[in-house]
Design a protein around this ligand. Sequence first.
Ligand SMILES: Cc1cc2nc3c(=O)[nH]c(=O)nc-3n(C[C@H](O)[C@H](O)[C@H](O)COP(=O)(O)O)c2cc1C
Length: 188
Amino acid sequence: MIVEGIVTSLDAAGHLNVAPMGPIVVGDFASLLLRPFQPSTTFNNLAATRCGVFHVVDQVEIIAQAAIGRLSVLPAVERAVKIDGFVLNNCCRWFEFTVDSVDESDARSRMLSTVVHRGERRPFLGFNRARHAVLEAAILATRLHLLSRQHVLDMMSFLEPAVEKTGGHAEKSAFAMLKEFVLRHEPV
Ligand SMILES: Cc1cc2nc3c(=O)[nH]c(=O)nc-3n(C[C@H](O)[C@H](O)[C@H](O)COP(=O)(O)O)c2cc1C
């Protein structure tokens, strides 16, 4: 099953990168198959350092902002326990992993990874339609090189009522930010 969350990784100089990623989760998070596209910072960092942290989160602002490069302030973090990396303070669960193999034969690479340490900060809030809608919209906003802008806007129009009906301020403003980003994108 694919679980959408956040990967933190470091470059060779130790700079932190935060990016939404959806690895295929094997078993009870025993291992992860990460599939970062080339080129992406996550791909470069994981290929170089061979370790990172995957986070299960239930707040979508960070996903929306990081997806479109609008994470102006890095989130609060603490040092990871078993790997050279950082854990988000604001997450539900985290999984520190080491990368066992990198298959870069396709633009979407495949990185088989082993979870070497895990932790839990707080329980998952629960399903919320607005948060799922923002998650979908964030994924759409990162696919503008593959999908037409009009198609993305049509899909976002379908998602918007769930945000309006079931979201709070955070979900509404994250969705509005994504919509503005898509509207500014030059049609291809
Ligand atoms: C929920 C979600 C899941 C994503 N999963 C992936 C993924 O598995 N692989 C990938 O390359 N990009 C994925 N993306 C898109 C990346 O997050 C996006 O391209 C981002 O800009 C990459 O950042 P980076 O260059 O800092 O690594 C996902 C986006 C979202 C919103």
